[in-house]
Design a protein around this ligand. Structure first.
Ligand code: NAD
Length: 292
């Protein structure tokens, strides 16, 4: 049994923390929105009233926060993890943030004797709820092995992909593929409907052939029905496309399709759809053809 401080109990963090409790770990959670702690306490975990309270007695601290400013303030801030956690603990950041922020956090933590892994996830809300996430982990191999039993509670595909920041680079690659797939499924729906072909029937065929994908499996029905409650918010995917483009610049490579997808996601946000699921890219595609 491990004592886990869990910071950030939103769409993803809430079911993940509950799985850790159900696996027998002691979990003390904190979120700035107190209602977010309900699922954790109902599962048998404890609610803390600030970061310090959540991490003081922890052996492992997990953060699942929106973006790098949140992670930096929770970890590096005056009342944050590094100020309050015991020496030698393991800090596992499962948020999706810029690789360079993961590197900076690992460096700052090292000075305090705290080990760090960047461990972003893929699989969405369904993956979090079903403990079926893909987890891509950057950091030292020994620290990965130490955290593996916890990762195995949360995910099905758990891979050590390289040193600090490597997990975030793999996640950036994941997000450009996911964004591109949504954009093309949206175009398929617009084409089918504008041609008078039933979109659901058409996508059912696609899902059984070479065009098959997890996104077609999980989302084709809700997209055709225009159900866009998140899931994964457009605002967060906009953040992730920024991370992907910055990582491309850092690596000195040109990713033209990623650039286009980033603009489509930015358009969805500019149209006011930031709080909708990323499958709402369909709204942008429809608008481009005057069908919105
Ligand atoms: P979310 O907005 O639902 O949850 C984030 C939580 O962090 C919120 O409950 C918020 O109140 C809390 N928070 C913010 N600042 C805080 C602070 N200073 N201290 C404590 N709590 C704070 O987001 P989410 O969808 O759960 O995503 C979390 C991370 O996981 C993001 O980086 C996202 O990109 C990534 N992610 C999300 C999904 C998905 O499908 N939702 C999938 C894979 C990865």
């Amino acid at each position: 049994m491990t004592t886990v401080g869990f910071i950030g109990l939103g769409i993803m963090g809430s079911p993940m923390a509950a799985h850790l409790v159900n696996a027998g770990h002691e979990v003390i959670g904190f979120d700035v929105v107190p209602e977010s702690l309900t699922a954790l306490t109902e599962a048998g975990g404890k609610a803390a009233s600030n970061v310090a309270e959540a991490v003081t007695g922890a052996e492992v601290v997990i953060t699942m926060l929106p973006n790098h400013p949140h992670v930096e303030s929770v970890v590096l801030g005056d009342d944050g993890v590094l100020q309050n956690a015991k020496d030698g603990i393991l800090l596992v950041d499962m948020s999706t943030i810029r690789p360079e922020s993961s590197l900076a956090i690992a460096e700052a933590a090292k000075a305090k004797g705290i080990r760090v892994l960047d461990a972003p996830v893929s699989g969405g809300e369904a993956g979090a709820k079903n403990a079926a996430l893909s987890i891509m982990v950057g950091g030292d191999a020994a620290d990965f092995e130490a955290a593996k039993p916890l990762f195995d509670v949360l995910g099905k595909t758990v891979v050590h992909v390289g040193p600090h920041g490597a997990g975030q680079v793999v996640k950036a690659a994941n997000q450009l593929v996911v964004g591109g797939t949504y954009a093309l499924v949206a175009e398929a729906i617009v084409l089918l409907e504008a041609s008078g072909v039933d979109a659901k029937t058409g996508l059912d065929v696609l899902a059984g052939g070479l065009a098959a994908s997890r996104i077609l499996d999980l989302k084709r029905e809700s997209m055709v029905a225009r159900q866009f409650q998140p899931g994964f918010r457009i605002d967060l995917h906009h953040k992730d496309m920024g991370i992907a483009l910055a990582a491309a610049r850092q690596a000195d490579v040109s990713l033209p399709v990623t650039g286009l997808i980033a603009q489509l996601v930015a358009a969805a946000r500019a149209m006011g759809h930031g709080s909708l699921d990323h499958s709402a890219l369909l709204k942008v595609t429809e608008q481009l053809s005057g069908r919105g």
